[in-house]
Design a protein around this ligand. Structure first.
Ligand SMILES: Cc1ncc(COP(=O)(O)O)c(C=O)c1O
Length: 457
């Protein structure tokens, strides 16, 4: 690696220690959601992180425009989290939560219940967003059975939805590349709402698009087709991230809520990316004033430091299970690492930081500046839409004829060369920076992105 050619090179001694990393060692790690051969021919190796930045193995400073993978909401290198985890690991590295408990698991559940939308004050711990989704789907189906509605087993997801990579999440998800290899083994009884991305009506909307609330009415049609008596739950992301930032039209989520209520169907919000401050309130449910029955979270829960997820259940859902003989297990579900002590310690330290620095509402105050910066990309070559909400942004590029995704992939690669980390999905560049972002960082990210888009044919 020729570090001298790299702009943004820092003089960080720790980062330089890694400069002799041998790329021949890259073979064994089969990387997730990665073009492995392309990557290994020219790796992008991250070695250190602090605040808004990563440093590459060859010592270049990279500004983080995506909070890692939408998870490092309080910024990198938070010593408080590291210290809390270290202390917990030396006090008690592991304890089971099957028929046992440990105090900080309860403390964390109580803290989360205080942050949650009204009524969602029962918390089931997992280790990832995918596990949170599969947990929520199972709770929804088991809930219907627990209250004597065992015919209600169908699940309704949405086109372009992303709900992780478990079989449940892929089945209700709607991203074709994630599904096609597994099409014959999807969960049965799943149907999908239409997605809400419509460039014809909504291109370059600022914030939520005004057109499209009626798209929620498609749920009425699915109910007419399948019968409400067969449907357990509807699951949607309040804002889809992975499919390239798809926003709910104004009034759309409220309409979904009304239709679910009318038909006695649970509504699940997948808040794995929108949770923990991304939209300007702790959860998008609060920002959009629509309360689901179940809410899946992960990522920002521990600032990405230790894997952890949490499913928030409405008390009415939880209480439906609390019947029958008291010595019996009510829900046959859980993970060895549910409420892992180190993850609980990381989450508590993260919540302390969020509270101390008002980070869960910071996105709301910086959103106008962010919105202007995102929308300044309008008019650049090949830009066919820009979208934003809270501290989320997306720039959609026109696909090259016959080669979809290549233009945005090149933009992603070149931004990295120029010291800015963005995320690419299809021909969309998505942005979701740490919530500690300052105006100067916003300027830097969009200056580089704009230059790169201009330079990309
Ligand atoms: C909305 C949503 N749900 C679920 C997941 C899966 O989370 P994980 O990768 O932690 O399993 C993601 C990940 O990006 C997500 O965006």
């Amino acid at each position: 690696m020729n570090a001298k050619l790299s702009p943004g090179r820092s003089h960080d001694p720790k980062a330089r220690e890694h400069a002799d990393f041998n790329p021949g060692n890259l073979d064994a790690f089969w990387m997730p959601f990665t073009a492995n051969r392309h990557f290994k021919a020219k790796p992008r190796l991250l070695a250190r992180a602090e605040g808004m930045h990563y440093w590459t193995a060859d010592g270049r400073q990279i500004i983080d425009g995506v909070a890692g993978l939408w998870c490092v909401n309080a910024g990198h290198g938070r010593r408080e989290i590291a210290a809390a985890v270290a202390e917990q690991l030396t006090t008690m590295e592991y304890a089971p939560t099957f028929q046992m408990g440990h105090p900080i698991a309860f403390e964390l559940a109580n803290r989360l219940a205080e942050l949650a939308p009204p009524g969602l004050d029962r918390v089931f711990f997992t280790n990832s967003g995918s596990e949170s989704v599969d947990t929520a789907l199972k709770i929804a189906i088991a809930y219907q059975r627990a209250r004597g509605m065992s015919g209600k087993t169908r699940l309704i997801g949405r086109e372009k939805g992303y709900h992780g990579v478990g079989f449940g999440g892929v089945s209700v998800g709607g991203m074709v590349n994630n599904r096609k290899a597994f099409s014959s083994v999807m969960l049965p009884g799943v149907d999908h709402l239409p997605h809400t991305l419509d460039l014809e009506h909504n291109a370059f909307s600022r914030g939520l698009p005004h057109w499209g609330a009626h798209l929620a009415d498609a749920l009425e049609r699915l109910i007419a087709l399948h019968d409400a008596a067969t449907i357990a739950a509807v699951i949607v992301e309040p804002i889809s991230g992975s499919a390239g930032v798809i926003l709910p039209p104004l009034g759309y989520l409220k309409r979904l809520r009304e239709i679910c209520d009318k038909n006695d169907i649970l509504l699940i919000f997948d808040e794995v990316i929108t949770g923990f401050g991304r939209t300007g309130k702790p959860f998008a449910a609060q920002t959009f004033e629509v309360t689901p029955d179940l809410m899946t979270t992960a990522k920002g829960l521990t600032n990405g430091a230790i894997p952890m997820g949490a499913v928030f259940a409405h008390r009415k859902v939880h209480d439906a299970f609390m019947q029958g003989p008291e010595h019996l297990v009510e829900l046959f579900h859980g993970y060895t690492y549910s409420a892992h002590p180190a993850a609980c310690a990381a989450a508590l330290a993260t919540l302390d930081i969020y509270a101390r620095e008002d980070l869960l509402t910071r996105a709301a105050s910086i959103a106008p500046l962010w919105e202007n910066a995102v929308h300044a990309q309008k008019g650049l070559p090949h830009v066919i839409d820009v979208r934003n909400f809270g501290l989320i942004g997306a720039v959609e590029l026109e696909p090259r004829p016959g080669r979809p995704g290549t233009r945005a992939f090149e933009v992603f690669l070149e931004c990295f060369e120029r010291g800015v980390m963005v995320r690419q999905t299809g021909d969309i560049i998505a942005l979701s920076p740490p919530l500690i972002i300052e105006p100067a960082h916003i300027t830097q990210i969009f200056e580089v992105l704009g230059e790169v888009i201009r330079a990309t044919a």
